[in-house]
Ligand binder design. Structure first.
Ligand code: UGA
Length: 436
């Protein structure tokens, strides 16, 4: 049954949800307080780089199933309203609910009886239980329906989810079933549970991924000490169905707009509840240490000593975004490494296929041409796993570098190809491969 859905917030979660619900056959009204964003969307301009999203937005607009407005009043008459609002961390790492607390009472004054209010973007455990009080209504059922969308894969993740979670108190209420029905065409299994479990499941998933990554990053360090290869160790581990092969690639640390924010929020929540979550605290600590580890590897590669000076040394960076497939610099480990290298006195030139400038980090010269990063460089450092870096002309890079050495923090490049091109390849948790 087609429903009239309201989406509050046209960020990457809100806009993806709006476009995908329209794709699934519903009528969607997407509201955002930012007039200029709404104007852009009305013109069909999608500022968020998500594969497939501009096409879905265009389709919805031309079918008339997807409309954008800055007038909240247009939500009157909607059957379900999804809250896709930001909850950025405050200084302690606790989520700031200011926007939600401002918007929800306004919705309470305008929604028609029986409209279902759904939390979709990540909110602290206990938020759904607070909503009736904030709405000041007892005729608006509340459902927690957390999103599990990866940046750069959001449309695909929305239309092909591993699971759909609907939390209500009591579980599996009529409202929960109504929300679950929206996803029926995806064929995904539904977890109908209480709202606190639904909310916690989101944090638990992101925090577990963070723990898995910090685990493998320490394992990589151990491999270097023992002369083992982390790729072989991780491959073996990943073949165990209980562990699974994903999120076992070491790197310069995990980042982005979600994992750091959600681990801090969960740690904060655990602390308030008087529960010691040491394993998660350690994962965060290991992650902070990871950038120093990369800088040490660069010092070693350039000077032959892990404590050698980088002052005045030219270093080329490949990648700035927090992961490939996005230009997002929020909490990017690549930027954190760049900042540390700059503090150590290195002169940095960087290229990222999706990044043109780095606001606030003047020490890094960003160039459009990847070959310019190698010019007179004492080392190249791969920080983001863009596949196109593999296809660069590495012999050409070697010819213009002062020293043909690459520190590959993502184990992205083929060591034999690099050696053939004249480079020494230093991966993470792998055997260094000298130039041949
Ligand atoms: C993450 C989760 O994966 C989504 O399920 C979740 O919905 C989303 O947060 C959210 O809460 O909205 P995302 O932030 O897009 O998605 O990024 P991921 O793809 O999870 O990558 C996180 C970090 O881990 C990146 O810095 C990435 O480079 C790093 N990573 C990932 C590794 O270092 N190694 C890996 O094997 C995988």
């Amino acid at each position: 049954m087609a429903e009239h859905i309201g989406i509050v917030g046209a960020g990457y979660v809100g806009l993806t949800s709006a476009a995908c619900f329209a794709r699934l056959g519903h009528r969607v009204t997407c509201v955002d307080a930012d007039e200029s964003k709404v104007d852009q969307l009305r013109r069909g301009e999608v500022a968020i780089a998500e594969p497939g999203l501009p096409e879905l937005v265009a389709q919805g607009r031309s079918d008339g199933t997807l409309t954008f407005t800055d007038a909240q009043a247009e939500l009157y008459g909607t059957d379900l309203v999804f809250l896709c609002l930001p909850t950025p961390p405050d200084r302690d790492g606790a989520p700031d609910l200011g926007v939600l607390e401002q918007v929800v009472p306004q919705l309470g004054r305008l929604l028609r009886p029986g409209s279902v209010v759904v939390t979709k973007s990540t909110v602290p455990v206990g938020t759904a239980a607070r909503l009736p009080g904030l709405l000041r209504r007892d005729d608006l059922p509340v459902v927690s329906n957390p999103e599990f969308l990866r940046e750069g894969h959001a449309v695909d993740d929305f239309l092909h989810p591993d699971r759909v979670v609907v939390g209500t108190d009591p579980p599996n209420s009529a409202a929960a079933q109504r929300v679950a029905r929206l996803y029926e065409p995806t064929g995904a299994p539904v977890v109908a549970t209480d709202s606190a479990s639904a909310e916690l499941a989101k944090y638990a998933s992101n925090a577990f991924l963070a723990v898995k990554l910090s685990y493998v990053n320490v394992l990589a360090e151990l491999c270097e000490r023992f002369g083992a290869d982390v790729r072989e160790v991780a491959r073996t581990m990943g073949m165990d169905a209980r562990i699974g092969p994903e999120f076992l690639a070491p790197g310069p640390g995990w980042g982005g707009s979600c994992l750091p924010k959600d681990t801090s929020a969960l740690l904060h929540a655990a602390e308030s509840a008087g529960v010691e979550f040491g394993i998660l605290r350690d994962a965060v600590r290991v992650n902070a240490r990871q950038r120093a580890r990369v800088v040490r590897a660069v010092r070693q590669a350039v000077t032959g000593s892990a404590a050698g000076s980088l002052a005045g040394t030219r270093i080329g960076l490949l990648g700035l975004a927090f992961k490939a497939g996005t230009g997002d610099l929020r909490d990017s480990p690549a930027l954190a490494v760049a900042a540390e290298l700059a503090r150590a006195g290195a002169e940095l030139t960087a290229h990222d296929p999706a990044v043109g400038t780095v606001p606030g980090l003047d020490a890094v010269q960003v160039v459009d041409d990847p070959y310019l990063v190698a010019k007179d460089a004492a080392a190249l450092v791969v920080l983001t796993e863009w596949p196109e870096f593999r296809d660069l002309d590495w012999a050409r890079l070697a010819a213009s570098a002062a020293q043909a050495v690459v520190v590959d923090t993502r184990n992205l490049l083929d060591p034999d190809t690099l050696a053939g091109a004249g480079f020494t390849h230093i991966g993470v948790g792998t055997h260094p491969r000298r130039q041949s």
